[in-house]
Design a protein around this ligand. Structure first.
Ligand code: HEM
Length: 475
């Protein structure tokens, strides 16, 4: 009877392209642009379809309706993450410890609760963090200022500034932009994201025995290893100088928790600390940097929109005082431009993989426990049934007829549900402060002595702009 029931359920398993022996459906996916393949396949197989990555069953959810049903209405059913053997060699263990890739477990709950409460203590959405971000935006502006008259690629400067916010939260200090160690940290971070894109990591995750090929992991993921080793060193330095009565940053708060829970079998242990810190770095630096890079790119490509943002800044803040969080409420246009940057820039187009925590259903399709789930965020941010001009940069998506800011349901660049981005509030605050401070001080132009910037991105887990050059003029 059970067998019959199960067969009946499997008959409702989502359709999909024919799976070939051994390789499954991998030829259907361009792993250098997976979100594009995912959206194309949905035209043929519907919003919910299945793929097979070698031996792994994958279901892809497309469009606002399907993604919302899964992530919001059936939040727990989709709260798990697949196991990634490629992380094992970095020390993530059998359960993918850390936070971003941690399986849905007590350890994940503890770490998520801990990190959120620490971020709150340190002032996420409060004055102290606001000051820190404003100060960092000031450093960034002075470097931009020194480049006036030259063409330059703003990528690494933005990256330094954004990363410094995470550095401050995790280690209690910022780095000088010229600092060599800091440069290598950011370099490793960037390359380690690239190592995760493409077919090889997919193949290794589906066929874990390949990870035993001598030398392969060391070679394919050498920058991830370097990054983790380096963060491990920073954590150790911090551990050595830590005065247990002090709790100035996330590392110290974590160390305090380790002491408190000694003897318990908890995820607050020395092995997990660098993994946690590594997760905050990789989740928080690249995404926010990339968003801001898209933001400046759109400003030089759409100078009329840039002028309108500046008019609003001049009217609400003026040229002399610093931006405050309260200003946001009076700046609907600027907010709309930042939101549209996140929507159209489509920074995490294919989301982060989820896994079905139990047998479940979406729109009547059966999804068995353990299935790998792709939440195609790009298909939601550009859902043709939800947006007026999905394939155009159009800040009016977020404005009503009176020019007031409006929230949109299908705006989910941070995903949704139990695994929603933990840094959403921090990221939004950073984007507002950095973007507004920069446009308050400068007007940005295309650098005429370089090729015209392109509007299409390049996928390396995040969708990043192609390198571009700008010129700044002080206002
Ligand atoms: C997860 C986007 C900034 C920390 C995520 C996810 C997305 C995302 C799409 C996946 C959610 C899912 O699994 O469904 C973004 C964007 C950002 C940003 C677009 C910037 C504009 C940050 C920052 C931090 C951060 C600044 C640092 C505090 C995390 C963490 C997770 C996560 C820890 C994993 C949450 C979990 O698995 O429980 N983010 N993020 N993010 N993000 Fe962000």
């Amino acid at each position: 009877f059970d067998y019959m029931k199960r067969r009946k359920r499997w008959s409702r398993y989502p359709p999909g392209p024919v799976s070939l022996p051994f390789i499954g459906t991998i030829l259907q996916i361009d792993f250098h642009n997976p979100h594009v393949s995912f959206t194309q396949l949905s035209k043929k197989y519907g919003k919910i379809y299945s793929l097979q990555n070698f031996w792994t069953n994958v279901v892809v959810l497309n469009g606002y309706k399907a993604v919302k049903e899964a992530l919001v209405h059936k939040s727990e059913d989709f709260a798990d993450r697949p196991f990634f053997p490629i992380y094992k060699h970095l020390g993530y263990g059998e359960l993918n410890q850390g936070l971003v890739m941690a399986q849905y477990s007590q350890a994940w709950k503890d770490q998520r609760r801990f990190t959120l409460s620490i971020l709150r203590d340190f002032g996420m959405g409060k004055k102290s963090l606001e000051q820190l971000v404003v100060e960092e935006a000031g450093y960034l502006c002075s470097v931009f200022s020194s480049k006036e008259g030259q063409s330059f690629d703003p990528h690494y400067l933005i990256n330094n500034a954004i990363s410094n916010v995470i550095c401050f939260l995790t280690f209690g200090n910022r780095f000088d932009y010229e600092d060599k160690k800091f440069q290598s940290l950011l370099h490793y971070l960037e390359l380690s994201m690239k190592e995760e894109a493409g077919l090889l990591p997919q193949a290794l995750n589906s066929l874990p025995f390949l990870t035993h090929i001598p030398g392969l992991m060391q070679k394919a993921f050498c920058h991830q290893k370097k990054l983790m080793d380096y963060l491990g060193e920073l954590v150790n330095e911090h551990k050595e100088t830590w005065d247990p009565s002090s709790k100035r940053d996330i590392t110290e708060a974590f160390l305090e928790e380790v002491e408190k829970r000694k003897g318990e079998n908890s995820s607050f242990n020395y092995q997990n600390l660098p993994l946690m810190i590594g997760d905050l770095f990789s989740a928080g630096t690249e995404t926010t940097t990339t968003t801001l890079r898209w933001g400046l790119l759109y400003m030089i490509l759409y100078p009329d929109i840039q002028s309108k943002v500046q008019e609003e800044i001049d009217a609400v803040i003026g040229r002399n005082r610093s931006v405050t969080l309260e200003d946001q409420a009076n700046m609907p246009y600027t907010r709309a431009v930042i939101h549209e940057t996140q929507r159209f820039g489509d920074i995490v187009p294919a989301g982060i993989l989820h896994r079905a925590y139990r047998d479940t259903e979406v729109e009547g399709f059966f999804i068995p426990k353990g299935t790998t789930i792709v939440t195609n965020l790009s298909s939601v941010l550009k859902d043709e049934t939800m947006w007026e001009n999905p394939h155009q940069f159009w800040p009016e998506h977020f404005l009503d007829a009176n020019g007031q800011f409006v929230k949109r349901e299908a705006f989910i660049p941070f995903s949704a549900g139990r695994r929603i981005c933990l840094g959403e509030q921090l990221a939004r605050m950073e984007l507002f402060f950095f973007f507004t401070s920069l446009l308050q001080r400068f007007t940005f132009h295309i650098a005429e002595d370089h090729p015209r910037p392109r509007e299409d991105g390049c996928f390396a887990f995040t969708l990043v702009p192609q390198p571009y050059y700008i010129k700044v003029v002080s206002r």
